[in-house]
Design a protein around this ligand. Structure first.
Ligand code: NDP
Ligand SMILES: CC(C)=CCC[C@@H](C)[C@H]1CC=C2C3=C(CC[C@@]21C)[C@@]1(C)CC[C@H](O)C(C)(C)[C@@H]1CC3
Length: 601
């Protein structure tokens, strides 16, 4: 007999289905048969929730102290929580009837209510404030009117399995003691990305081949696409056990640094079950220690040219390790609970889930494999490879000092990686950690793609000279500096704003409130384009490639990849944000029409 924790009339916090958001609701009744509570939101929305999706007010307040995302000023929290989430389930026409049923039952995709959301202007200019708010209110009214017909039954969200059933409250065992484990429901991934199963299958085969082709071309004297060799390189140039051993040692070394008990421990974003994982932030220390270790090796006559001479073999070793890791991850994900699965990689299709990753945060006794791979061996390895290419360039081209192009590439990329590791904590809020599972895409991406494609400029420059004029050098430095400024400022502003919107560094920005706890920044860089951080990243990528001159397209691989990735990522994020913020997002898109490139896209 299940224990009924709440009674009719209790005010509790109810999870909005398919999200991590909790709102104040009143319990109307409890059905012993379906074991569901019928609750009512402040705007009159009625829903049936399972026990696991309801928290007592006291439990919720205690729990919220743990999570960073909720550490906001009480006034703000009160204001946003009391905003009701009237939303309607949306059906996807692209899937089978059974899947639709599943989706409605388990995920209940939500659409936010078009409540009036004035553009909040933190500036002191009252006139400007009023104008902005009037404009925003009109826009909201328009969208509201437009949506009225489609969502006329918006507040009728009752989803009774048995319409005829009279819900009753069992009041006998009402003590809030034991949390009854609600029957596990699976949140299947319905919307497949990357071209679905077929797309994932082709990417699985294509990505490793693309890297191999890139390396072959980059390493040739003539790097033009037309001179791609007709024969594959001999097997012994592709595999070497010693190289494989060195790659494993590198991973082990980075794993030891990852485990060092130095650096602060922080909470990640709340998981589906409301809990948070902890992470030790010591990436920057790992970078410094790795730098000292490499410097010491060079000082002791270790020849870094070995990396250049065995580059293909290093790649195949990293490829094999990422394949083995992906298989391990896929197998172990069989035993994961629904809460541990990634929203993006739980479709039930083997190839797709293998590619996307079924488990969200695979850990071995607290060792977070995804966080480790994403920020350490590949990223720091990239810098070591760059440094090795610098040595090789001097050797191969008989130079006393590295070329200015090689120096720029080394310095720019060192700055970018050091910046990433310095702000390591911020990765915890990113799509890759919060949403994507850890499967082949990220394992291969982190361990093979990052170190062997992001190094394409330095690998190219090692055997191709590039004489840059002073004008070019200054222009490239300027482009990288502007790019870095935009990238860093946009990312830091967003992070500071998400942590505390009243932070003095961001409190002057105009914002658009949403029906959730969060607002959207709508001025400054985030009022210029919707993804200013992507713009900055792309400018930097272009600057890196420009160091290689215009003889070949191959060193531009990185900027082309980044363009494709970020345009696709932008579309993914846009889709997520529209789901999360609905009308507020539309309002933001109206206010800031360009996605990444001002006046173009
Ligand atoms: N070199 C490489 O290979 C790659 C580099 N990157 C870089 O990583 C960085 C982070 O990228 P990524 O995580 O994709 O994306 P973003 O940092 O742009 O994050 C997107 C999220 O930010 C929030 N957001 C969007 N608009 C606003 C707004 N106006 N105000 C406040 N919050 C907003 C939303 O989340 P919410 O509202 O839930 O907080 C949204 O989901 C970028 O600089 C990117 O260039 C990324 C991928 C690859
Ligand atoms: C084609 C393919 C295999 C794609 C995999 C994509 C991954 C290589 C990238 C996806 C997002 C990434 C980010 C970084 C590295 C590359 C991957 C993993 C990043 C950690 C690098 C350091 C930056 O400062 C960053 C933290 C902003 C960045 C985040 C995204």
């Amino acid at each position: 007999m299940p224990i009924v924790r709440f009674q009719a009339g209790d005010t509790v916090m109810g999870r909005w289905p398919g999200s991590n958001l909790y709102y104040e609701v009143k319990v109307l009744s409890y059905s012993a048969k379906s074991q569901l509570y019928t609750v009512i939101y402040k705007d009159g929305t009625e829903l049936e929730l399972k026990d696991a999706d309801i928290k007592s007010m006291t439990g919720f307040r205690q729990g919220s102290g743990r999570s960073r995302s909720r550490s906001r000023s009480p006034a703000r929290t009160r204001r946003s929580r009391s905003r009701s989430p009237a939303r309607t389930p949306r059906r996807s026409s692209a899937h089978t009837a059974e899947r639709r049923k599943d989706k409605l039952k388990d995920v209940l995709e939500v659409c936010l209510s078009p409540v009036t959301m004035p553009l909040v202007n933190n500036s002191n200019n009252e006139h400007e404030k009023k104008e902005e708010n009037d404009r925003a209110s009109k826009e909201v009214e328009r969208v509201k009117e437009e949506g009225e017909n489609q969502v006329s039954s918006r507040y009728n969200l009752r989803r009774r399995k048995d319409q005829g059933e009279e819900p009753t409250i069992e009041q006998k065992n009402a003590e809030p003691v034991v949390l009854l484990a609600a029957p596990q429901q699976t949140s299947k991934t319905i919307e497949l990305e990357f071209g679905g199963r077929i797309g994932a299958f082709f990417l699985l085969l294509l990505l490793p081949v693309v890297v191999l082709a890139l390396l072959i071309l980059c390493g040739q004297k003539d790097s033009s696409l037309l001179s791609f060799p007709r024969m594959l390189p001999p097997l012994d140039s592709l595999w070497d056990w010693q190289v494989f051993g060195i790659t494993l040692l590198w991973l082990l070394f980075q794993a030891v640094l990852f485990l060092l008990p130095i650096g602060k421990v922080v909470n990640g974003m709340p998981l589906k079950n409301g809990e948070t994982l902890t992470y030790r932030i010591n990436g920057f220390y790992a970078l410094i220690i790795s730098g000292v270790a490499v410097g010491t090796s060079v000082y002791n006559d270790v020849d870094l040219g070995y990396i250049h001479n065995h580059f293909l073999q290093f790649y195949t070793s990293a490829l094999l390790i990422s394949i083995l890791l992906s298989i391990y991850l896929f197998v172990r994900s069989r035993w994961t609970t629904d809460d541990e699965r990634a929203p993006a990689g739980n479709s039930g299709y083997v190839i797709y889930d293998f590619f996307m990753g079924r488990e969200l945060n695979p850990r071995i006794k607290g060792f977070d494999i995804k966080f480790f791979c994403e920020m350490r061996p590949g990223l720091i390895g990239w810098l070591v490879i760059n440094f090795a290419m610098l040595h090789t360039e001097m050797k191969l081209q008989n130079l006393d000092t590295p070329s200015s192009a090689m120096l720029l590439v080394n310095i720019f990329q060192l700055l970018w990686v050091a910046d990433g590791l310095w702000h390591e904590e911020k990765l915890l809020t990113m799509m890759d950690i919060v949403y994507d599972g850890f499967g082949f895409m990220l394992a291969f991406g982190d361990l093979a793609w990052v170190p062997f494609t992001f190094t394409c400029q330095s690998y190219y420059l090692a055997s191709h000279s590039s004489d840059l004029s002073v004008f070019w050098i200054l222009s490239i430095i300027l482009m990288n500096t502007v790019g870095y400024y935009i990238f860093r400022k946009a990312n830091s502003q967003k992070f500071a704003f998400r942590r505390n919107p009243d932070d003095p560094t961001v409190s002057h920005l105009k914002t658009i409130p949403t029906a959730t706890e969060k607002s959207l920044i709508a001025s400054g860089l985030w009022g210029f384009v919707r993804h200013p951080n992507y713009l900055g990243d792309l400018l930097m990528a272009l600057a890196w490639s420009l160091t290689c001159g215009f003889n070949h397209i191959i060193p531009y691989f990185y900027v082309i990849y980044l363009l494709v990735l970020l345009v696709h990522r932008e579309a993914r994020d846009e889709h997520q944000c529209r789901k999360k913020y609905s009308v507020a997002w539309d309002q933001y898109c109206k206010a800031v029409p360009y996605r990444v490139f001002p006046w173009i896209y």
